[in-house]
Write a protein that binds this ligand. Sequence first.
Ligand code: SF4
Ligand code: SF4
Length: 429
Amino acid sequence: MASEGRGAWPVPGEAPATADLSRCVHCGLCLTACPTYLVTGLEMESPRGRIQLARLIDERRAELTATVQEHWSRCLQCRACEAACPSGVAYGRIQEHARAQLQAAPPRGRWAMRLRRFVLRQVVARPRALAAALAPARWFAESRLRGAARLLLWGRLAELERQLPANQGRPFRATDLPPGGEEPVQLFLGCVMRELFGEVHRATARVLAACGARVEAAAGQRCCGALHAHDGDLAFARRLAKANIAAFERTAGPIVVNSAGCGAAMKEYPQLLAGEPGWAERARAFAARVRDVTELLAERGWQPGGRFAVRAAYQDACHLAHVQGIREAPRALLRALEGCSLVETERADVCCGAAGLYSLVQPGMSRELRQRKADAFRAAGPEVIVTGNPGCYLQYLGAVREAGLDAEVLHTVEVLDRAMRAGQAGKER
Ligand code: SF4
Ligand code: SF4
């Protein structure tokens, strides 16, 4: 490949492993699962193409140029390719390490990358800083000024406004934990979930408590580190992983997660900490306790029950379906609700384009994928769109509002909580 811009050779220790790269046999079976390939039709925007770029760099036959960086940066890290691959290529790991190389020597966008790293380390990973940073957005989301301000916003600001949830109330705090039963269950609070999705956390705690769990929130828990790892900041992701392992080692019971991205990252702490002396066994013990909330409910046969008489479209979050392999548990919980009819939309398992920070750094591709979702919703006509991941939730709010659809967006546990409370109210009448 011709030299272009400032090239850089792989960063020792953080580059994709040759063994991972060589598992790809170029069969192409992953191509039609890949959202960026579906949109562009370009080989270099496919998993196979991106792996080939990494392999050429690994073999010193190409340099890490701005063009390579752009092809890697357009990857959503949705891992649909990993689920489709018959050869077991660990694409997620390859891509995280590819981005770690960019962290050390980005051919393009050095300042944007440094700013991103600063925000992820100093704001997202620090609860007080994040609470202060998100307070204005939370206030605006429920303010009466929002309707008027909407008329004045345009472009990216208008898109961001459409994605702000208005039904989440105040942030979640430990005092929100309800009294519960005997079995201890640890609620993972996360970063954005705790501040912007307080109602999803409260609904999760209510549903678990109603099923007999004693819901606790371990002190000292931190952000899961998924955003940092996806951005290639593996060193900081490891620091967060270690802090979480230490915090939850002092507790008992399953660690329940209601954000698909966080759950996937936490189940993969053993991979992240594989080279860290003294942490491998602790990471394995931690990961064995992690459960998505729908996975735990299904595993224990806990069915909160109740009535939710709507047409609902469940959308697979990539990190729930492709990484954790959880597709049926949420659908079964929804189907079991009285009156709930589940409508399947076209390609419900294709990424919506939210993908962590992706909608901010790749707005064009993100918008295209969001519009495809809006088209699918328009065709299926659901009254409620259900998802298990905060990024998807925000993206669907945008899709619904942009398309002028009369549909509500809810997290799976919000649906279960509403149904359960409707059922309880019915019994009391
Ligand atoms: S990643 Fe897997 S499915 Fe895709 S081309 Fe390589 S071997 Fe085939
Ligand atoms: S992670 Fe998603 S966007 Fe990236 S190559 Fe795989 S399927 Fe395509």
